[in-house]
Design a protein around this ligand. Structure first.
Ligand SMILES: Cc1ncc(COP(=O)(O)O)c(C=O)c1O
Length: 380
């Protein structure tokens, strides 16, 4: 059996997304900037995709900019948000994705901003009082806090953070890569100035993404060149990616509740079976708490075991199970997870992130628990 439980890293494309993209590979190959009919038909498809995305998240098409993915969208929001609005102080947390952390650290290294990191407790929770204190002391700050953590699944309260940011006149950017397509985002009510998406996290194509920037918080372009994306991102558009991400988001919204209840049933069963079968099992961050974590992520902390020390992901891989130790860019690397380190995780315990999609099954959960039980029975 081959089991794919690494959906927070990337997901399989939905066949319907591939079908929507195919005509733009085979037939409609014009450059959307060209004024002839070949160009115009593609321009019209790109703008339709923008309108669709905007509709789904209750934004205006003029607030949506297509990018090469979540990383570029995060970089754009951060670097250009800070520069455009003359911001000198930024606030984030040590458990953000590197697309955010490294970008802010670079801004700080270049002397553009002073960077404040919020504390996180052992569960990875931030403290809103500390955030408020920093906002009060530093008017016109930039706040970057993710909606949900890609490793431990913790969900932040965007309304509470956004309202604080609003009160103290801060620019609020949220990395929503792990929640876009899995949760409803309503930008008419959500107090967020910029948020981002990567299509490959919700069954769309890799290398596709978008950035939302609220109308009254306009920012400068990050990539300079042609006038594409209304002068916000130079470069011929990734037309097939744009068609793909819009279709993937449409499908995600079409049956979000159905997908959610299926995936939640997988996660619930996994938690229950692990508790029954692996003595001493625990869950990192809030991932064991169904109400406060992504339904797509379970970060499992396994008791110390000689046989599996540093080998657990490899042992699972031998059984056909693909999972990861953290975010995709650090899985397989020996540096470990910056997120688990920030939580003061016991390095003697092995941690594995299992992440699920609507294509996974209960049989795959049962098979994985059985294999984990075997791996951990040998070592007792
Ligand atoms: C929370 C988070 N932010 C940003 C990214 C980067 O997105 P992309 O791969 O689309 O550049 C990822 C992907 O791993 C992520 O999980």
């Amino acid at each position: 059996m081959r089991v794919y439980f690494d959906n927070a890293a990337t997901t399989a494309m939905d066949d319907r997304v591939i079908e929507a993209m195919l005509p733009y590979m085979k037939l409609h190959y014009g450059n959307p900037s060209s004024v002839h009919s070949h160009g115009r038909e593609v321009r019209s498809a790109v703008e339709k995709a923008r309108k669709k995305v905007a509709e789904l998240i209750n934004a205006s098409p003029s607030e949506i900019f297509f990018t090469s993915g979540g990383t570029e969208a995060d970089n754009t929001a951060i670097v250009c948000g800070i520069e455009t609005h003359g911001i000198k102080h930024a606030i984030t947390s040590p458990i953000e994705h590197h697309a955010v952390l490294h970008t802010l650290e670079e801004c700080a290294k270049k002397g553009k901003i002073k960077l404040s990191l919020l504390d996180v407790n052992q569960k990875g929770e931030i403290n809103l009082d500390q955030l408020e204190g920093l906002l009060k002391a530093n008017p016109n700050s930039f706040v970057s806090l993710m909606h949900a953590n890609n490793e431990i699944g913790n969900i932040n309260d965007l309304n509470a953070i956004g309202n604080l940011a609003k009160t103290y006149g801060a620019f609020f950017h949220s990395d929503t890569v792990q929640t876009m397509g899995h949760y409803v985002h309503d930008l008419k009510t959500l107090p967020v100035d910029a948020l981002v998406a990567g299509g490959h996290k919700f069954h769309g194509p890799k290398g596709s993404g978008f950035l939302y920037v609220r109308k009254d918080k306009k920012i400068h372009p990050f990539i300079h060149g042609g006038a594409q994306e209304r002068n916000m991102r130079g470069g011929t558009e990734n037309v097939i990616g744009i068609i793909g991400i819009a279709k993937a988001l449409e499908l995600a919204y079409e049956d979000m509740d159905g997908h959610r209840s299926h995936i939640e049933s997988l996660k619930k069963r996994f938690i229950g079976l692990l508790k029954e079968n692996i003595p001493g099992v625990a869950f990192n961050g809030l991932s064991g708490d169904l109400d406060r974590s992504l339904y797509t992520v379970l970060n499992v902390s396994l008791p110390p075991s000689e046989e599996n020390r540093g080998m657990l992901l490899f042992n699972l891989d031998l059984q056909g199970i693909s999972a990861s130790g953290g975010s995709a860019c650090s899985s397989g690397a020996t540096v470990g997870s910056h997120v688990l380190r920030a939580l003061g995780h016991d390095p003697e315990r092995e941690s594995v992130r299992f992440s699920f999609s609507r294509f996974n099954t209960l049989e795959e959960i049962d098979y994985t628990v059985e294999k984990l039980r075997e791996l951990y029975t040998v070592s007792v």
